[in-house]
Structures are given as structure tokens and as C-alpha cells.
Design a protein around this ligand. Structure first.
Ligand SMILES: Cc1ncc(COP(=O)(O)O)c(C=O)c1O
Length: 455
């Protein structure tokens, strides 16, 4: 059974974001089922899901209530578009529920299917808005090194990771990348974290000066960067950049795809980092990944300008077939209700410091150069030499070795660019499971160190 499925995979599947040659040699790892924070492979081996899938299964696996809601909605009304003013109850109720959650008064919500299409929508929305108010030359978007905003053409251009540009003829014009806010790598000798934040703010000013504020629509930022290496903003970062953006009438897109819904200890990352976003992108934990769905929160001043302009600029000609899919919306709505009923935000806020505290036990490991995290998200940056911060040669694939070592121990973590190992468990994780996670992580690190002869 296992072998034949693996062969079918090799014969027919084109895996995204995969080392395709390595996959040909190693074959697939096939998951079968999940329960709580654990998933099981097809041979019945149990793993602690230390990455919540791809930062998304907040409520954990096997939640029967969400399965019930999905099945009921499919039977009742499986699909209807939101185009041309048509609507459906789950989308209406989900938008109303989100309005209670997001820190943007009077926000409206444009639904999509993934974080990428939602961020793509953000780019188009920014442009449409500035067209609507008669300033179409304001079209560029500022992003940052190490950012991850998706993989469509526009969002891959916003993403600040070389592999996502190489061989795709990206990035595109009209996207400007600033220095990554990674203090461990970008901070200079003798520079404090807050001086680093000052330097990044000065860079922003200089870039705006150079490009011309009249050509820049928005800046996009994750409150903390996930896929780019779990990079926390340096102290005071958003307090410094926010007034500069405001001064130049540059809007701030808050990408909450990873940080949203409790990950950093507050409902949204922007609340943890004192960011005042103009718009917000949400996906992943919005439905705890039980259905694909994303949302863009739009403030009244943008929506009103767009409505006002409808006669002049014309139809808001943007929307996906599955925007406001009733099954996805019903599941996301129930997911948020369950989060409320079960006090999941409070639970995550309690567990976060416990995870961070327990992780300090492995900060001394010979492979770990930098341990960083907040709430229920953390990253370990691996180094060949702690004192010089020298990196391993990329060919060593050290973070992949650690991920493989953890897998052998029954723990899923993720290797990220820059030899960072990411941890982001489902928000339902309890203290005993955190202990198990950290214990297995330590043993996974040991395995990798032994294999690399680096003990
Ligand atoms: C911060 C952030 N934005 C956007 C995306 C893109 O989301 P998706 O993979 O659903 O298109 C991701 C995916 O990991 C992400 O981490």
C-alpha cells in the first residue's frame, strides 16, 4: 500500500516548493490522519505537528464540529458567488464576525482563497484606490528583504527571498525592497536594536525621497516575518516607520497571514507590535486550514472613495469565483466562534511564554546561534560558529538536517532560508506537549550535529 501510493506520487504529482530532484530520490512522506496536535503517517507513526501544517492549523486536527458545519453547508447550499451583489449567509456572518475581531473600525471584508491572492488583491486595491481619488501615479509598493507575501506574480515580487525571484524574471518594477529587519544578521557591531530600528527608518525616508512619495502607494509588512526566517521587528520599529509613512501619505498593508488569530499572544500581530495598519490580510488560522479562505480588511475611507468613484473609474473589476465560498465561510465562522467559546486567544497567550521559556534550554546547543520568538512562534538560526556567527555552507543544508533529525524523533519543524528552523505549533498545544516538543527538538538537533560531526 505504502509503496504503491509513493510510486503513484512519483509518477503523477508535481510538488510545489519542493527540491524536485531530491524528491525523486527520497519519495514522498504521506500523511494519513490527525488528532489534536498530532498527525500520523501512512505507516501509523505519530508526530507532534510543531509547524501547525504551514503555520495554519490553529485549532488542531480532527475537529468534528468544523467537519459537521462543512457537511451541512455543502448539503444546504454548496456554492454561490458574491459577484454582482449576490450574497450568502455564511459570508455575511463571517464578515460581521471579523468586524468584531479586527482593529480597524468599520472595516469591510473582501474574501479570497489564499494568502497570496489576498495580497495580490491588496496591491490592486491600493492602485484602484489611488486611481479613485485621482492620484494614479501612486502605484509602487515598498516591501522588505526576507518578507514572504505569497507566490502569485505580484506577491512573489513583494516577497524578499531570492529563490522566489530567480528563474521567474522577478521582481517586477514598482516593487521596492528595503533592508531585512533582522537584527541578528543586519545589525552592525556596537549598534543597539533601537539604533538599528533608527537606521531602518532612515533608509525608508531615503528611499521615499529617491523614488518620490507621489509614486508610492503603500508599504506591506508582516508584524513579524514568518517564512523569511521568523524575524521579529527590532525594538520600536513600527513606532519609527509609521509616522514616516503617514507623513508621505503611504498606506500600510498589514500581512497577518501567519501572525493573525493569536499566534503572537494577541489576536493580531499588529496589536503585539503597535502597528496601525490601513488594511489587513488574513488567511491560514482564519479557518484553521479546514477550508481555503482569505480576507482583506478595508477601512471605510478607502471603501467610501471606491464607492464614490464607481461612476467614474467604473466597476470594481476584481473578484475570484470562490470569494465568499459558502462552505469556506461557514467553516471559518465556526472556527472563530470555537476560538471564542474555548478561550483560545487566552490559552495561546498563556502557552506562548511557556514555550519561549522552555526553548531557552536549547539556546546553548552548539548548532544554535540565535533563538528568537514570541507567543507560539519561534525560530532557531543555526550557525557553524557561535562567536563569529559564521553560517554553514548552503550545501550542508543544516536546517534540513535538523528538520530530518526532528522527524526521526517524531516532531515536525520546518527548515527556512538562512538555516533557520521554525516552530509554530497549533494554538491548542498544552504544557506537557510543549515539553515534548522542546525535548524532541533538542534530540533532533543532537542527531543533526552528530551527522554533521559538529558536537
Ligand atoms: C505572511 C504570509 N503572507 C502570505 C502568504 C501566502 O499565503 P498562501 O500560501 O495561502 O498563498 C504566506 C504563506 O505562508 C505567508 O506566510
Amino acid at each position: 500500500m505504502t509503496r504503491s501510493l509513493a510510486q503513484l506520487d512519483l509518477d503523477h504529482l508535481f510538488h510545489p516548493a519542493t527540491d524536485l530532484r531530491g524528491h525523486r530520490d527520497l519519495g514522498p512522506q504521506i500523511w494519513d490522519r490527525g488528532e489534536g496536535v498530532y498527525i500520523y503517517d501512512i505507516d501509523g507513526k505519530r508526530y507532534l505537528e510543531g509547524m501547525a501544517g504551514l503555520w495554519c492549523t490553529a485549532l488542531g486536527y480532527g475537529e468534528k464540529e468544523l467537519a459537521r458545519v462543512a457537511a451541512e453547508q455543502m448539503e444546504k447550499f454548496c456554492y454561490g458567488p458574491l459577484f454582482a451583489g449576490k450574497s450568502n449567509e455564511p459570508s455575511i456572518r463571517l464578515a460581521a464576525k471579523l468586524a468584531e475581531w479586527v482593529p480597524i473600525d468599520g472595516a469591510r471584508f473582501l474574501f479570497g482563497c489564499s494568502g497570496s491572492d489576498a495580497n495580490d488583491t491588496q496591491v490592486k486595491l491600493m492602485r484602484y484606490y489611488f486611481h479613485a481619488i485621482g492620484r494614479p501615479e501612486k502605484r509602487k509598493i515598498i516591501s522588505r528583504g526576507n518578507a514572504y507575501h505569497g507566490v502569485t506574480m505580484a506577491t512573489a515580487a513583494l516577497t524578499g527571498l531570492p529563490a522566489f525571484h530567480k528563474n521567474f524574471s522577478l521582481p517586477m518594477d514598482d516593487v521596492i525592497h528595503l533592508t531585512s529587519p533582522n537584527f541578528y544578521r543586519q545589525g552592525r557591531d556596537g549598534e543597539s536594536e533601537s539604533e538599528f530600528a533608527d537606521r531602518l527608518a532612515r533608509e525608508l525616508e531615503a528611499v521615499i525621497e529617491h523614488e518620490g512619495a507621489e509614486t508610492i502607494a503603500a508599504m506591506i509588512a508582516e508584524p513579524l516575518m514568518g517564512a523569511g526566517g521568523v524575524i521579529l521587528p527590532p525594538e520600536g520599529y513600527f513606532d519609527r516607520i509609521q509616522p514616516i509613512l503617514e507623513k508621505h501619505d503611504i498606506l500600510l498593508i498589514d500581512d497577518e497571514v501567519v501572525c493573525g488569530f493569536g499566534r503572537t499572544g494577541k489576536p493580531f500581530g499588529c496589536q503585539t507590535y503597535n502597528m496601525q495598519p490601513t488594511t489587513m490580510t488574513m488567511a491560514k488560522a482564519l479557518s484553521s486550514a479546514y477550508q481555503p479562505i482569505s480576507a482583506v480588511a478595508v477601512p471605510p475611507f478607502m471603501f467610501d472613495a471606491i464607492v464614490e468613484a464607481a461612476g467614474g473609474v467604473g466597476l470594481f473589476a476584481h473578484g475570484l469565483t470562490y470569494a465568499g465560498h459558502p462552505v469556506s465561510a461557514a467553516v471559518a465562522l465556526r472556527n472563530l466562534e470555537l476560538m471564542e467559546e474555548r478561550g483560545l486567544m487566552e490559552h495561546a497567550a498563556r502557552m506562548g511564554p511557556i514555550l519561549q521559556q522552555k526553548l531557552t534550554a536549547i539556546a546553548d546547543h552548539p548548532l544554535v546561534g540565535n533563538l528568537r520568538g514570541i507567543g507560539l512562534i519561534a525560530g532557531l538560526e543555526l550557525v557553524a560558529d557561535k562567536s563569529t556567527r559564521a553560517q554553514f555552507p548552503p550545501a550542508d543544508k543544516m536546517a534540513f538536517k535538523v528538520a530530518a533529525g526532528c522527524l526521526a524523533e517524531g516532531l515536525i519543524v520546518r527548515a527556512l532560508p538562512g538555516d533557520v528552523v521554525a516552530i509554530c505549533p497549533p494554538l491548542i498545544i498544552d504544557e506537557a506537549q510543549i515539553e515534548e516538543l522542546v525535548d524532541k527538538l533538542g534530540r533532533g538537533l543532537d542527531r543533526a550535529a552528530r551527522e554533521a560531526g559538529h558536537e
